[in-house]
Design a protein around this ligand. Sequence first.
Ligand code: NAG
Ligand code: NAG
Ligand code: NAG
Length: 790
Amino acid sequence: MALLLRYTPFLLYVIGSILAVDKNAFKSCEQSSFCRRLRDVKAGESKYELDLASLQISENSVEAKLINTEVEAQFKFSLTAIAGNIFRLQVDEVNPLYPRYRPQYALKAEPQVANALEGEVQPANEDPGAWEENFKSHHDSKPKGPSAVGLDITFPGALRAYGLPEHADQLALRTTGSGGLDPYRLYNLDVFEYEVESTMALYGAVPVVYAHSPKYTVGVFWHNAAETWVDINNSKDGNVMSSLVNLVSGSKSENSVEAHFMSESGVMDLFVFMGPKPKDVVRQYASLTGVAPLPQYFTLAYHQCRWNYNDEDDVTSVVENFDIHDLPVDIIWLDIEYTDGKKYFTWDPIKFAHPDVMINNLTASGRKLVVIIDPHIKRESGYFLHEDALANGYYVKNKDGSVYEGWCWPGSSSYLDFYDPKVVEYYKDLYSLDKFKGTTNDVYIWNDMNEPSVFNGPEVTMPKDCLHYGGWEHRDVHNEYALAHTVGTFQGLLHRSSNKRPFILTRGHFAGSQRYVAMWTGDNAADWSHLAVSYPMCLSEALGGISFCGADVGGFFNNPDVELLQRWYQLDDIRSVKSNVEEPYLFSEDVRNRIRTALRLRYAHLPLWYTLFWEHESTGDPVIRPLFYQYPSDENVFDIDNEVLILAFYRGGSIIPRKDRPRRASSVMHNDPFTLYIALDSKKSASGTLYIDDNESYEYKNSNKYIYVHFTFEDNSLISNLIDKTDFPTKEWIERVIILGPPSDITSAKLTSKSLGTVTLETYYDGEQKSLTIRKPGVSVREPFTIKLF
Ligand SMILES: *[C@@H]1O[C@H](CO)[C@@H](O)[C@H](O)[C@H]1NC(C)=O
Ligand SMILES: *[C@@H]1O[C@H](CO)[C@@H](O)[C@H](O)[C@H]1NC(C)=O
Ligand SMILES: CC(=O)N[C@H]1CO[C@H](CO)[C@@H](O)[C@@H]1O
């Protein structure tokens, strides 16, 4: 979202820091009283004792009283086995004066207790001491006074730790500590033009850490929505050589990683994932917080977004120009200026006088529209939403019970309280076609500024003593606010059209957001460091369950030079949800041609992305993966975060389904034929998958209307089979097969299938490309077949 000096109170602030984040605007650990205090607690100084007389051990849990020796407070400690090789550790006050907040939306359901004695929970391979928690914890209990919680976790033997998005930093977590780096801070904030290589808080918070060694991987999820700081101590930080020496010499590795979680309030509720491999911990985390449901096909294509398209003619001419210059585009985005005076769910009566006609124009050419809807509401009498919210008490309150007022794009604003179920009911209705007049079922939503951003608030957000439904202070729920907002939007879009998968892009996010939204990395800058950091940022989000992550192509702030822009488009994969730069047709012919080539390549790979997203929904495996995830025992890759596995598309051993016919939008590629690219490995074999459905509805789930094809190449034969017993009446067929690094002396190929019988196919070698092409198999993707090379 643009921060283009639109409001005077903010103007002064921006001028002083136009080229860099203003660090003084945001707190350091030293300036946060609870962080400073908790950081100083030393291991020997714990005030907690476990009352062993109270110990109760059942088949799946251990419970005991924990006594604070300083204040008169009793706590209940419990350790429970959860299905899927997970433990849950909880500490709560026995007789709290005030209850402590538990996040309401992060978990997809209440975790199922496992029967540990039946062997469901196995200790991680190799090393039974994979994690230890030290109760050098703080657990304040003064009524409405300090209520911080902290916990130290040690991972003996670990060489690296990953996780804790969102930070503009490298993927492997760095050692923080007194005198050195500030702890990783998780506190959703609107930080414009953030700096890279920083542990400062950004727009989203996912409190999960994975500790990794060549032998095992374990993880912890800190289930708390309050402001959180995490100190990491990787005792041999970055020293891969010493651990290699240990391995080679056979001596026991002395490495360990410590994570010290510190939250301002809330319960202590920790999930421990026992691995044993990266794939397992990520799946274990997904089993608790859920996966991203398969998005609509078009959402994976190219999005054009700019601040700001001014009127309907602007939108029409942008699309026309894309067509004239033969550049594909699927979605046009409208920032806040489409509204009537920054009132959401309305249209500017002059500039956007016929939104329905404009939208139907777009959809007639196979495109969709995304419009922005933020959670702040303009305080203007006569604005229906403001009047309704005031009359029904839908806004977040000050601590004295009056309605909270802050400053945002519309000027004086109040904020909907999405923790109140009545507000969610009301809000979801706003998206229906009779309420949000002028929209159609082809309009999707961009939820921005939902950290929430408050220009005149402390650290550009809401004061912590504001009150939410249920009496919770904003301090308790802060990191979950954006998630609560997007749950409302998601329900709204489902309510509007129950058989179309919603598409929502959010900036603020929390653990579990993946079940509702895609996210992007906010207001990045047009420079090489921001292009580079978008890789580790999205990889970290993907490990934290949020695979549908992108960065603005070309950066949001400043104008990229042409070279940077070209590279951005060329490296563009699914990380870029949208582009925020000048439309590509405005560049010189030379640049335009290169951008066109890059965009066409992206469109050619849409079937692959779509397949990966479906596989993500079925398994929890991230769509983009860092190298250590795939090669967990190869220490040389532990620090590589600028290569995403999916770029290694054509790694030997893979079969990639592509649609190579250039088109203006993904919606007109539906019946286009496939080209299969087969990259052979050293054993001259390869395999791959392809998923196809109606690309927009829930029929794939409700009536098994999809096909899932498995391709294998072995012994000079390509075999295609359907994996599941399902069907989808597609007309798509195989137009061509291209084998990279092919066997030599092939002169022909024979295809055999039920409907075609056995037919001979033409083949030819391309000496330059070192490939063999099999022409026109002409077989439907629905039908199992074999192609044998002779
Ligand atoms: C990290 O842990 C090591 C080993 O326990 C210790 O010597 C070192 O002081 C710690 N570093 C910080 C920054 O706390
Ligand atoms: C819709 O498309 C027609 C035909 O191209 C054009 O004349 C008209 O201005 C468009 N209307 C809007 C509101 O975009
Ligand atoms: C992008 C895409 O392929 N869109 C298609 C989705 O499916 C509907 C109905 O099958 C088609 O009409 C779209 O063209």
